[in-house]
Each structure stands twice: as structure tokens, then as C-alpha cells.
Design a protein around this ligand. Structure first.
Ligand code: GDP
Length: 299
């Protein structure tokens, strides 16, 4: 099944049902939004996020005068589109870039979320920016067996230098040394891959905070697996409360995820999704465009 399939169907039948109605009434809006709500929950959008969105759509739908020549169904779709877009942060956001000294990008997330992959994808993205950046990838995930080797392989694939001190040094020290190294060697962007755990735990958060302190990052990006569905909202909130994120990368949007996470991140953290991962390969990274996603959701 395709992402948002049911939601698209629901919106479609909404337009059909409202066809012929000469105005949007509280009654037909309520009936419609009940269906929309069900379809959204089915697409794994977080309940609180759905409720807020529905409330805003309802207020506008009932409050707005019918625009001459526009069918009520179409008008409701337009309102949905606007509110979906603003739920996801309105406009795409760029990756921070410092004028002086290396820009530091810290990646965080649970184990298996796709951090190491995202680090390499971002490195490639940064190298293709105009002007291209000189990237240093930093292997600070010392706990997961093979994370360092994985980053080294991805570094070769993307022709990016990987900084590592092996797995016996602390991630805090690795981050610090890596940034010093970047300064000395003229790298303008440092991407730090950190360790994840199976679940959120205090030790992980404490370490992440320490790495953040020594690396003074311009970006703290949370890598969220789109397949985690409803859980994505709680996860985002937990990481944001503990370390403060500047944005997120939603990985595995190519899988059979229901896509709901795309709607939850901004609403619960106030920070935007900046990129989506759409495959395992290093070039499978896209900028996240809220407007395009809203169009996709509405079919
Ligand atoms: P980490 O533990 O957070 O560093 O996760 P990894 O980067 O090792 O990724 C875990 C698994 O997810 C690997 O098998 C990756 O190839 C895969 N993966 C990461 N991002 C994506 C994505 O956007 N799409 C797909 N299909 N797989 C991905």
C-alpha cells in the first residue's frame, strides 16, 4: 500500500460528497473531518497532532465565506492543504552554514534509525552544495560494533575524509579532537555520527549533551525512522526536551511507512524536518518540502 493512500481516498470522497453543496456547514464539515481524522490516525499521525490540525481546519472552514466560483469541497481541500503545510513548517529549511570556522552538524537518534547512513548522505549533499563544502565525517559511535567501519566505507563511497580514534576513546573526546583537526586542516563542515541505543535512556542523553557542549553544533539533527509511526512524535519530543534539536531527518520514507511521522515532528518539537531519506544508497537524500508533502498527502 502506498503512503497516505487512505487519506487520499478520503479526501477524494470528501470532495465528491460536498459537490453540489452550495456552502460549507458545520454539519457537513464535522462529518467530513471525522473521516479525515480516522484516515490520519490510520496513517500513523500522532493523535494530538491530528486533533490540533482538525481543530484549525474546522475553525477556518466554518469561519470562511465561500469563495465565489469555488466548490465547497475544493475550498475545504485548500484549507487542509494550507494547514497541513503549516503543520509541517511551511517552507523548506536550509542546512546551517557558518561564515567562519567549521559548521558542526551533530546527528542523534535511536540505534538503527539511519544515523550513520544519514551522515554519509549529508556529506555528499554538502559536497554538492554551491559552493561545495569540505566535509569531515566523525565516527563518534563507539558502541555499535562496526559503526566505525561502516562510516569508513561510506566515507570512501562519498570521497569524504573520516575522522576516527577507534572505539576505545570517549565520544566526547573524539568530537573535540575532530573539530580541532577540522580547523587545522581547513574542513568547513564537520558531521558527527553519534551512538544510539535501543531505547531512550539517561546515559545516552547525558553523553549527547556532553558532545553538544564540547562541539557547539550549528545543527543538532534527529534522525527518525519513518517506520516508527506514532512513536516518532514521542521520540522527537524526548530528544528535543533533553538536548534541543534544530531539525530532523526522516529516514526510510521509501519503505512501506504510513508517513504519519512527517506530520508530527514539527508540531511536537517546533523544529522542521530538513531532509528525508528515500533509500539505502548515499545519494538517496531529499530536501523536505512541506508544500510538496501536503500535495502528496491530498493526492
Ligand atoms: P544507525 O544505527 O542509526 O547508524 O543506522 P544505520 O545508518 O546503520 O541504518 C540502519 C539500516 O537502515 C541500514 O540497513 C541502512 O541501510 C538502512 N537505512 C538507512 N536510511 C535508509 C533509508 O532512507 N531508506 C532505506 N530503505 N533504508 C535506510
Amino acid at each position: 500500500r502506498m503512503m497516505f493512500d487512505q487519506l487520499i481516498d478520503t479526501m477524494d470522497s470528501t470532495v465528491k460528497k460536498l459537490r453540489g453543496a452550495d456552502k460549507i456547514t458545520e454539519k457537513n464539515v464535522d462529518r467530513t473531518l471525522k473521516d479525515v481524522k480516522r484516515a490520519m490516525l490510520d496513517a500513523d499521525v500522532n493523535l494530538k497532532v491530528v486533533n490540533k490540525l482538525i481543530k484549525r481546519v474546522k475553525e477556518r472552514a466554518i469561519g470562511e465565506a465561500v469563495i465565489a466560483g469555488v466548490e465547497p469541497g475544493q475550498q475545504l481541500i485548500k484549507i487542509m492543504y494550507d494547514e497541513l503545510t503549516s503543520t509541517m513548517g511551511q517552507k523548506e529549511t536550509l542546512l546551517a552554514r557558518r561564515e567562519e570556522g567549521p559548521t558542526v552538524i551533530l546527528l542523534s537518534g535511536l540505534q538503527g534509525a539511519g544515523k550513520t547512513t544519514a551522515a554519509a548522505k549529508l556529506a555528499l549533499y554538502c559536497k554538492k552544495e554551491d559552493p561545495p563544502r569540505k566535509v569531515l565525517l566523525v565516527a563518534a559511535d563507539v558502541y555499535r560494533p562496526a559503526a566505525i567501519e561502516q562510516l569508513e566505507i561510506l566515507g570512501k563511497q562519498t570521497e569524504t575524509t573520516v575522522y576516527s580514534l577507534g572505539k576505545d576513546e570517549s565520544p566526547v573526546k573524539i568530537a573535540k579532537e575532530a573539530i580541532n583537526n577540522a580547523k587545522m586542516q581547513g574542513f568547513d563542515t564537520v558531521i558527527i555520527d553519534t551512538a544510539g541505543r535501543q531505547v531512550i535512556d539517561d546515559a545516552l542523553m547525558t553523553e549527547l549533551k556532553q558532545i553538544k557542549e564540547v562541539s557547539d553544533p550549528d545543527e543538532v539533527l534527529l534522525v527518525v525512522d519513518a517506520m516508527t509511526g506514532q512513536e516518532a512524535a514521542n521520540l522527537t519530543k524526548a530528544f528535543n526536551d533533553a538536548v534541543g534539536i534544530t531539525g530532523a531527518i526522516l529516514s526510510k520514507m521509501d519503505g512501506d511507512s504510513r508517513g504519519g511521522a512527517a506530520l508530527s515532528v514539527q508540531e511536537v518539537s517546533g523544529q522542521p524536518i530538513k531532509f528525508i531519506g528515500i533509500g539505502e544508497k548515499v545519494e538517496k537524500l531529499d530536501i523536505f518540502y512541506p508544500e510538496r508533502m501536503a500535495s502528496r498527502i491530498l493526492g
